[in-house]
Design a protein around this ligand. Structure first.
Ligand code: HOZ
Length: 427
């Protein structure tokens, strides 16, 4: 695929921006070649700087559940823009947004807005430490909670894709406070709590993992995590930055009927503009400044444009209730891949729930970091390139989730199934 405009832009970007990208997941280093540049995005389609149209299953890494550039969200941003871009004082949008989040997400009684998922998880952990007066935290290998120091240990997403799941620059003394366990392993949790009595401030996890590919919990696992954290007075934090408002309106916690103490949100709640939020039990949230001693702040937190976009997006979800439909489309895509791989004799796993999915080339069911790494990454690269040549853009990594939107209508899914099946049969 020749992309002279993208290639020229990338050459210039490499001189000015480390690796030519402002977030490592956008680089094509693990799949080879240079990334394409996007000129515009509409519905389920990206148009590259070279004028190529691609069916997009990255959806800006999750936020675009209504597709790109949805007219209702666009109009909400335009209307808010008339009143200004940032006030540095409370604004009415923030109150409406908080009301929507509290109404839709079962465990959230109070919520604080911030600017990214990274800020949300970092702040939720500080809050859990302030609440419990304990220092240690538990995270799970392959879970990615943004790029704050304590969390870049055995991390997924770009950290794993580019070969640095344990980031350089994290002081050993910080890393010592982070206990990393395998996901889906109850015995490992038991052992960690037994070895660190009254020391663990919080357990943070993506209840459905989306950053080491898409992985779902074994039956009863999340309930067990809830039970053991409650038993040890440890704060349970669900990182629903990806899954919030995507797996269900109330996130995984609604689907699985689990009540975490704190929840982190981002992506969809910003309607495509930068945003994050964390919320939960009122007694914990009220420890935040200015009420309490745990400090957290942000010049652009609750930004009126981001709030207006997010509010429009959340209201659209309420009006359209797209979840069953998205699941049907997700299953069609999954089944097409399974059928094509079976016909070709290629082992594949396609975990999928609603509008999230992954494609792992392995015969081992994927239930944690180690089994995700069993996927044939070289075969994934060939598959990725064939899909891209055919007109489908998947995340440029064997360890990222795919996303659908309501703009992926039947005909788009039909075409995608054809392209992906052809990509597999050519492997
Ligand atoms: N969670 C996203 C991908 N796994 C983050 C996107 C990014 O790092 O740019």
């Amino acid at each position: 695929m020749s992309s002279p405009v993208s290639d020229q832009l990338f050459a210039r970007a490499l001189q000015l921006i480390p690796g030519g990208v402002n977030s490592p997941v956008r680089a094509f280093r693990s799949v080879g070649g240079a990334p394409f540049f996007t000129r515009s995005a509409q519905g389920a389609t990206l148009t590259t700087a070279d004028g190529r149209e691609l069916i997009d299953f990255v959806c800006t890494w999750g936020p675009a559940i209504h597709g790109h550039n949805h007219p209702v969200i666009k109009a909400a941003i335009a209307a808010a823009l008339e009143n200004g871009t940032s006030f540095g004082t409370p604004n009415p949008y923030e109150v409406e947004m908080a009301g929507l989040i509290v109404r839709f997400v079962p465990s959230i009684k109070k919520v604080r807005m911030c600017n990214s998922g990274t800020e949300a998880t970092m702040s939720a952990i500080r809050l859990a430490r302030g609440f419990t007066r304990r220092d240690k935290i538990i995270k799970f290998s392959g879970c990615y909670h943004g790029h704050s120091d304590s969390l870049l240990i055995k991390a997924g997403s770009g950290a794993l894709t580019h070969g640095h799941p344990d980031s350089a620059g994290v002081p050993a003394s910080f890393a010592r406070e982070t206990i990393v366990l395998p996901y889906n392993d109850r015995a490992a949790l038991d052992a960690a709590f037994a070895a660190n009595p009254d020391e663990i401030a919080c357990v943070i996890l993506e209840p459905y993992c989306g950053n080491v590919g898409f992985i779902m919990p074994d039956a009863g696992y999340l309930a067990y995590v809830r039970e053991i954290t409650a038993k040890h007075d440890t704060v349970l934090i669900f990182d629903e930055v990806m899954t919030g408002f995507r797996i269900a309106r109330g996130g995984v916690q609604e689907r699985e009927n689990i009540v975490p103490d704190l929840t982190c949100l981002g992506k969809i709640i910003g309607g495509g503009l930068p945003v994050g939020a964390f919320g939960g039990r009122a007694d914990i949230m009220d420890l935040l400044a200015p009420l309490g001693p745990v400090y957290q702040a942000g010049t652009l937190s609750g930004n009126p444009l981001a709030m207006a976009a997010g509010i429009a997006g959340l209201k659209l979800l309420e009006e359209t209730d797209p979840y069953e439909r998205l699941d049907t489309l997700g299953r069609r895509l999954r089944d097409a891949v399974l059928v094509a791989a079976r016909a070709k004799g290629i082992p594949v796993q396609v975990p999928q729930c609603g509008s999230m999915f992954s494609i792992f080339f392995t015969d081992t069911p994927v239930r944690d970091y180690d089994t995700a790494l069993k996927g044939d990454a070289r075969l994934f690269v060939r598959f990725f390139r064939a899909a891209l040549d055919g007109g489908v853009y998947l995340a440029p990594s064997a360890y990222e989730a795919g996303f659908l939107s309501t703009a992926h209508k039947d005909d788009v899914i039909d075409r995608s199934c054809e392209i992906l099946s052809k990509a597999i049969s050519g492997l």
